[in-house]
Ligand binder design. Sequence first.
Ligand SMILES: *Cc1c(COP(=O)(O)O)cnc(C)c1O
Length: 347
Amino acid sequence: MPIIDLRSDTVTRPTKAMMHAMTTAELGDDVLGDDPTVIALQEKFAALLGKEAACFVPSGTMANQAAIRAQTEPGDEIICHDGSHILHYEGGGPAALSGCMCRTISSPDGLFDEDAIEPLIRPGDAHFSRSRLLSLENTHNRNGGTVWPLEQIARVTAKARSFGLRTHLDGARIWNACAASGVKPAEYAKHFDTVSACFSKGLGCPIGSAVAGDRETIRKVLRARKLFGGAMRQAGLIAAAAIYALDHHRDRLSEDHANARMLADGLAKIPGVLRDPSQPNGPQTNIVFFELAPDARVNGPQLQERLAKEGVLVLAGGPRRVRAVLHLDVPREAIAAAVDAVRRVMA
Ligand SMILES: *Cc1c(COP(=O)(O)O)cnc(C)c1O
């Protein structure tokens, strides 16, 4: 039975062509600064984002945490959404690695407006922590793979800057945001001091993320990468996969988005399955959340377990909330099969 793995867009295996790019890459020692493939990737990524410099890192978590470390001091406060990846899924990184606190903003879809920022800014008085960094997430993972409108990013980051805050974009899935909106990566990045992005999600790489920013900040990111244990030697082996993915796997992300809508539409027709209430018009990108009616035969964890026996892997995000993520190893034909499996389990 072929497995349809919808747990995350991180589960992809490198394609043959990507493997070929990896095994034929020119290598050096990136800790000594002379791996030509890493250098090429960093230059390519920085150019794509319209920034001076970039630093290749092993994971999106390290990308975010090194960017935070580079732009804060212990006792500082980060303003972010309360569903942020940096807050929930990075092991308490802001506190553990940078001594920072997070001050949060709530909303159903992961987005907020500039009015939300001003009340959170601390007065410049020794009683308070220093409001230091605004971090946005695009697309927003936990709140539905939602895309920030460019205009709203401009307003929110301008407000943050007016209070002297630095700005970071957790762009783990910036490629999906770009595919959905038609906005170029640099147009988003223009509003931020630092931008992180993953190659190991929708782009299909086995390993790798990066941070882009101005030269001075990236020098600090590089120090943090070493400190956090993320400086790698013949890293060109994996940087080659990222270069390949930037060239070949960005255009196809809209297929994942179409498949996500098809999956959400198919699921919504199943008795007991409800659309994500925060996305009544369907998913914007490749992440599908759905809910189970209170009187449904199974709850989230039970659905996850029974679907796995049918060869369909999803993740229960709560007693009634389930997540399914589309990616390049899920072909269109698999969507109907996945919907059928959910229908069988729910019947
Ligand atoms: C996946 C993800 C990350 C980082 O993930 P790693 O697993 O550490 O590579 C960061 N931010 C968001 C929004 C993510 O979805």
